[in-house]
Design a protein around this ligand. Structure first.
Ligand code: MBD
Ligand code: FE
Length: 287
C-alpha cells in the first residue's frame, strides 16, 4: 500500500464542485439528447401517476409536517448544489435503462451516469488513454472486438471511453485533473478490434458533503459504486450501446448504490507481469 504524500496540498473535489459541473455538462448536452416530444395526454398521465405515488407514501407512512418541510429544504439543496444529474442518474436512471433494454439486442447496456463528456480525443485502434505522467493505479490493457448481430466485424466503430482515476475522480468534474484525462474515442481497426491501455479505476464514492450524500447517510446506506469503466460503442447504421464494465471480485459489486451492475458486464481480468488484461467483445444491432 502506498500513500499519496501530496494529498493535503491538492485541491480535493467537493460535492459542490463536481455536482455543479455535472449540471453544466448536462445542460450543454441537451442538443445531443433531443427534447422529448410529450403529448398533453402523456404528460397528464406521467405527472399524475408520479404525484399519486408520492401521495400514497404520505398517507401510508403518515408523513408529518416536519418531515415534509425537511424534504422541501433538501430538494432545494439538491438543485442549488447542482446535484440533480447525480441524484437522478444514481437512483432513477437504472429503471429507465431497463425499459430501454426491453427492445435492445446485442451487448447489454447500463446507465450512462453524470460524467460523460463528448468530443474527446480520437485515438487509433491500439491506444493509450491520455493520462498524467505520474498517473497512479495498476496498469490495465483492455481489448476486444466490435461485431454486428451476424458476427461480422465492424471496422471504424467508435469506442467512446471514460473512467475514474485511481482515487475515484473523473476529469472534467474534479478541479485537480487535466481535461480529457482517462477519456478518449478509440476507433476499431479493419477487423473491428481495439486495444486500450489505461489504469484500473478505484470504486466511486458519492460525494459525502452534498445533499445526495446527506440523504444516503441519513438513510444509513453506503455511498459506493464498484470500480467500473464507461463506454459508448457506436458504428454507422447501428444502434449505439451505452454500458459499463466491472471487475470480478470487486468491492460493492453486489450493492452498487446506483443499481447499475449486471452479471454479463463483469470483466474477468488476468494478472500478467505488466499489470492486468481484460477482453470484452461488443455486438451492435442495426439502427
Ligand atoms: C458514477 O461514476 C457513475 O458512473 C454513476 C452512474 C453515478 C455516479 C457516479
Ligand atoms: Fe462512473
Amino acid at each position: 500500500m502506498t500513500t499519496t504524500p501530496d494529498l493535503a496540498t491538492q485541491p480535493s473535489p467537493t460535492a459542490a464542485g463536481s455536482g455543479a459541473n455535472a449540471s453544466e455538462a448536462f445542460r450543454a448536452s441537451s442538443g445531443r439528447r433531443g427534447a422529448a416530444a410529450t403529448s398533453t395526454e402523456r404528460a397528464d398521465r406521467l405527472v399524475r401517476r408520479t404525484l399519486e405515488a408520492i401521495h400514497q407514501v404520505v398517507r401510508e407512512e403518515e408523513v408529518t409536517y416536519p418531515e415534509f418541510q425537511a424534504v422541501k429544504r433538501w430538494l432545494m439543496d439538491v438543485g442549488e448544489g447542482g446535484e440533480w444529474p447525480l441524484f437522478l442518474d444514481v437512483f432513477v436512471e437504472h429503471e429507465v435503462e431497463k425499459v430501454a433494454a426491453r427492445t435492445q439486442h446485442g451487448s447489454a447496456g447500463t446507465i450512462e451516469g453524470p460524467y460523460y463528456l463528448p468530443g474527446q480525443q480520437r485515438l487509433g485502434p491500439v491506444a493509450t488513454l491520455p493520462m498524467r505522467v505520474d498517473e497512479q493505479g495498476e496498469r490495465l490493457v483492455f481489448s476486444g472486438q466490435v461485431r454486428d448481430l451476424d458476427g461480422r466485424p465492424l471496422a471504424g466503430a467508435e469506442v467512446d471511453f471514460w473512467q475514474a482515476d485511481a482515487d475515484g475522480y473523473y476529469s472534467g468534474f474534479a478541479p485537480h485533473l487535466p481535461d480529457g484525462n482517462l477519456r478518449g474515442v478509440i476507433v476499431t481497426d479493419d477487423e473491428g478490434r481495439f486495444t486500450i491501455t489505461t489504469i484500473k479505476p478505484a470504486p466511486y464514492q458519492i460525494p459525502t458533503d452534498g445533499p445526495t450524500g446527506a440523504m444516503i447517510a441519513a438513510a444509513g446506506w453506503h455511498p459506493w459504486r464498484p470500480a467500473h469503466l464507461h463506454l459508448m460503442v457506436r458504428a454507422d447504421g447501428h444502434r449505439q450501446v451505452t454500458t459499463q464494465l466491472y471487475f470480478a471480485g470487486g468491492e460493492w459489486l453486489d450493492s452498487d448504490v446506483a443499481s447499475a451492475t449486471k452479471d454479463e458486464l463483469v470483466l474477468h481480468t488476468e494478472h500478467t507481469a505488466n499489470g492486468w488484461t481484460a477482453v470484452y467483445d461488443f455486438v451492435l444491432e442495426p439502427a
